[in-house]
Design a protein around this ligand. Sequence first.
Ligand code: NIG
Ligand code: FE
Length: 394
Amino acid sequence: MSVLITDIGELFTNDHSLGIRHDMAVVAEDGLIAWIGPASSAPAADTVLNADGAAVLPGFVDSHAHLIFAGDRAPEFAARMAGESYTGGGIRTTVGATRAASDDELRRNARRLVGEALRQGTTTIEIKSGYGLNVADEARSLRIAAEFTSETTFLGAHVVPAEYRDDPWAYVALVTGPMLNAARPYARWIDVFCERGAFDADQARTVLAAGQAAGLGLRVHGNQLGPGPGVALAVEMGAASVDHCTHLTGDDVDALASTVIDCMCHCDGASGTVATLLPGAEFSTRSPYPDARRLLGAGVTVALATDCNPGSSYTSSMPFCIALAVRDMGLTPSEAVTAATAGGAHALRRTDIGRISVGARADLIVLDAPSHLHLAYRPGVPLIRTVLHDGVPQ
Ligand code: NIG
Ligand code: FE
């Protein structure tokens, strides 16, 4: 089965040998990109999709989302907009609602959010557990997450649940023992919220080391609410990504920069420990935005992701995050699109997604606009005309 997308006004590739090209065509065959070239010399295919001069981009890679939960926390959001600050304390409210929900309620909610994200151009999404916080509820959260994505992340170390408040190390022992064993069959990654009020550096290191010994890749939530040890720990442990990075010291930036190695995947970038920025969280908690320019200036690989969750960032929209990154974090539109595609791929240590190159997966979006610039220039407007996932129009 082959699909020819022709009359592409602007092709945004993230492939350093191609860059941004005009008047192009792409052929997808059996789920992969098989041919890229001028529209005037495009080969025949089973199906033709005419882009009518629109822009075509790689599908967005949302490398950070918490989609397995029940309920919402709209009143908490309203209170923040009226001046309350975000502390992460509301996580325990969602834990209560999630434990009380049936498998089907959790599945329906995740399906709704994955569908929302897909309609907004997200073709790969990472999904974390983290609202179960006991063995059975973390395992079922990951079992349900695995129905939607292969990028599943065990976040048993999200916060210490109320029943372990007086003995956080006993909870760390549960997370690194029976909970990890139960989660392991469904998880590719392990994550920890390393922050004041959640897990300190020693506790977080213990969690990550246990996950690594069980064969999981490492991710960290760090430096969200204030300066702290999250970034340094992520670098020390060789994590694929440290996420939030809202409050960074010069040493944090230097540590991230020291991990950068030349990228072998033909994209315009380098990998190491990626700094994943989540501007939906800053928007929704009225916090200062992370200093993306400082990170890019130091050569750090930057990803953009939604952090979709019912507390700090209830958006599934990568276009919204791109618009915020351009308006409030000083990224150029092209840097923001690259962070939302190739950056996310790096954060998931994937070379098959996030770019338009022969041999990459045919995950593509056709915009209702002539250029990627419109994603930030026309915020809040549904600009995703067609999404192809594995070469199949959705
Ligand atoms: O990434 N920071 C920790 N976890 C989530 C928030 C979860 C919640 O508030 O429910 C985050 O922002
Ligand atoms: Fe998060």
